[in-house]
Design a protein around this ligand. Structure first.
Ligand SMILES: [Zn+2]
Length: 369
């Protein structure tokens, strides 16, 4: 399998579409004239009452204002929901979400809800509840910008059942696709606009190697890193053109002011990077400015002048990195110090409505080791 295409993390330029999908709202209307003694015409067929559109709160924040994480599944039928498969998968991915620091120690700041989405069958061929489409051979999601916009409007509609489920300031969405094929992607409208003006983000990840590290690491990378932390890819494996690189550098200026993309820098000088103040405190992590970011290691064939804190993608392959934003092919990767700080600061900002200090983060972070 060509690893270049195995996991294809792509932030698409999106245009919001008006909500246009209708989803089931649960219980059928009772008929008061229906005789109570009536039995199904074929009693051997179990009558499954759809939970489509229903939701369950799995965790309520014990600290702060509550940051909303909303989970859904796609490609699950009513019978999968009835049999407990849906719940089992959602619960496993909820645990993945809080597996690594700093999420592990800050779990109490989050609200967690599961929304039930019933599909007609298990085929992820573009006709499931959230219209996911996965290719048979290349194992990646195949969605046009229009299809992504439609998926987001469907997710928004289902999420509306949850308190603050459509908040543009503190809510993100995670969708688990019911297939063993491997794929993961995150869409962030506030990034597509270039303005960082909408916090919502949508991750879509498959449950491949069901109980192995693959789904777990990919999920944390996509959902915690990209969707929640607004962190960027530190790995680089492909070539950029000059205009794309310049567009990204322009975005980085806005992003850094907003507290987004704090693990990529356009400067080779570590003193000018977002992690400048962390270097002396994390000598063991060898923080620096290493070539590679936003999936590029080169631009027109030369080393790209984008830098990440942990690994040189130009002189070595990215899958030797120990950073989960730079490598999803190992089981022992974790968030590096700049990512942990970005996540910590974000949780304190959304949860407590204040800016965390450097010393506060250092104290927190050293206590987890
Ligand atoms: Zn990524």
């Amino acid at each position: 399998m060509n690893v270049m295409f195995k996991k294809f993390h792509l932030i698409l330029l999106l245009i919001f579409a008006l909500p246009l999908s209708a989803c089931g709202d649960g219980d059928p209307v009772e008929n008061p004239s229906k005789p109570e003694t009536e039995t199904p015409t074929n009693p051997s067929i179990p009558q499954v009452q759809s939970k489509d559109g229903k939701h369950e709160v799995r965790q309520t924040a014990k600290k702060g204002n509550g940051i909303n994480l909303i989970f859904m599944g796609d490609g699950y039928t009513d019978k999968d929901i009835e049999a407990g498969t849906y719940d089992k998968d959602m619960n496993r991915f909820i645990e993945h979400t809080f597996a690594l620091e700093p999420m592990k120690s800050l779990r109490d700041y989050f609200n967690v809800a599961v929304v039930y989405v019933a599909s007609k069958n298990n085929s992820l061929d573009g006709n499931s509840g959230i219209k996911t489409s996965i290719n048979d051979s290349a194992e990646q999601f195949y969605h046009t910008a229009e299809q992504v916009a439609e998926q987001e409007s469907i997710i928004d509609k289902y999420a509306a059942a949850v308190k603050d489920g459509n908040s543009k300031t503190n809510t993100i969405y995670g969708v688990i696709a019911n297939t063993q094929k491997s794929a993961g992607i995150t869409h962030t409208p506030g990034r597509a606009s270039g303005k960082c003006d909408d916090f919502r983000a949508y991750s879509l990840v498959t449950k491949y190697n069901e109980y192995g590290y693959d789904e777990k690491i990919t999920w944390i990378h996509e959902f915690v890193g990209h969707a929640f932390g607004k962190l960027d890819d530190e790995y680089g494996w492909k070539d950029s053109d000059t205009q794309s690189l310049q567009n990204y550098k322009t975005f980085l200026e806005v992003a850094h002011r907003a507290g987004w993309s704090l693990n990529v820098s356009a400067s080779a000088q570590v003193g000018e990077s977002p992690w400048a103040d962390l270097v002396e405190h994390y000598k063991g992590e060898n923080l620096g400015c290493y070539h590679g970011g936003n999936s590029w290691n080169t631009c027109n064939g030369a080393a790209v002048d984008l830098y990440n804190p942990s690994w040189d993608n130009f002189n070595d392959v990215y899958y030797n990195s120990s950073s989960i934003m730079g490598n999803t092919y190992a089981s022992n990767v974790k968030f590096n110090a700049p990512c942990r700080r970005a996540l910590y600061n974000l949780i304190i900002k959304l949860g407590e409505g204040r800016e965390a200090t450097l010393q506060e983060f250092l104290n927190f972070d050293s206590a987890q080791k």
